[in-house]
Design a protein around this ligand. Structure first.
Ligand SMILES: C[S@@+](CC[C@H](N)C(=O)[O-])C[C@H]1O[C@@H](n2cnc3c(N)ncnc32)[C@H](O)[C@@H]1O
Length: 229
């Protein structure tokens, strides 16, 4: 579980996810809009981090199971959602052995996909645990943002360390061109329903106008809604 956000990285991310222009104002609102009405749905939060999504989904009436490979972040998630969601320590490189076939109506995988090495197996498992007609939401770093940041070839599949500001911490993930990202999801048998390049919500302008302008000029994330046939 090298890619999970352990210890200081987990604590740093938990604070960051709470208010950052990227997570709080861009990725999360876009993914929650893609989720739509989740009332009564059983939802798997894949790589639940500090539980920001789980808390929001529960507030919207979903029954949530959240999994993450970081005990540090699960601690933050437990503090945030208490007993209102089931939270499990789980390495996403391993099968979802805790979940029965067709036992979820939806699954959400926010900014986690690019951290996982055996993505074909994870997608196979998500297909197994989703009911026919169930939905899968996936967000990832925008390939052009990675290209701008790391340079080299747009088509690179390099594993990279992205430093987080001046914290001395970094996250480890794989650059994925658009055709790889989408190609893998389609090859796993999911059907694409919607693709969006999330822009920050208007509230960010009040809080951080420079970030609002920056994120409206160049995309940072890509998000898709898929259906399990
Ligand atoms: C960018 S954070 C996103 C967290 C949450 N989805 C959100 O958007 O707030 C990436 C998450 O993936 C988790 N992660 C990375 N690799 C993992 C693995 N192999 N197994 C389980 N979790 C992993 C990290 O611990 C971290 O919580």
């Amino acid at each position: 579980m090298r890619t999970a956000y352990h210890d200081a990285l987990g604590d740093h991310f938990a604070g960051h996810a709470e208010t950052s222009p990227y997570n709080a104002y861009t990725d999360r609102p876009a993914m929650l809009a893609l989720a739509g009405d989740v009332s009564g749905a059983r939802v798997l939060d894949v790589g639940c981090g500090a539980g920001h999504y789980a808390a929001e989904l529960v507030a919207r009436g979903a029954r949530v199971v959240g999994v993450d490979g970081s005990a540090t972040l699960l601690g933050h998630a437990r503090a945030r959602v208490g007993g209102r969601a089931e939270l499990l320590l789980h390495d996403l490189e391993e099968p979802l052995g805790f979940a029965a076939d067709a036992s979820f109506d939806g699954a959400l995988c926010a900014l986690v996909y690019e951290h996982v090495r055996d993505r074909a197996r994870l997608l196979g498992e998500l297909r197994r645990v989703l009911r026919p007609g169930g939905w899968l939401l996936v967000s990832t770093t925008h390939p052009t943002a990675d290209w701008q940041h790391f340079g080299g070839s747009y088509f690179s599949h390099d594993w990279r360390d992205l430093p987080l500001g001046d914290s001395g911490l970094s996250i480890h993930y794989q650059r994925l061109p658009l055709e790889t990202f989408l190609g893998e999801l389609l090859a796993a048998g999911f059907v694409l329903e919607h693709l969006t390049e999330p822009r920050p919500t208007a509230e960010l302008r009040e809080v951080d106008e420079a970030a609002y302008d920056r994120l409206h000029r160049a995309p940072s994330f890509l998000a898709v809604r898929l259906r399990r046939p």
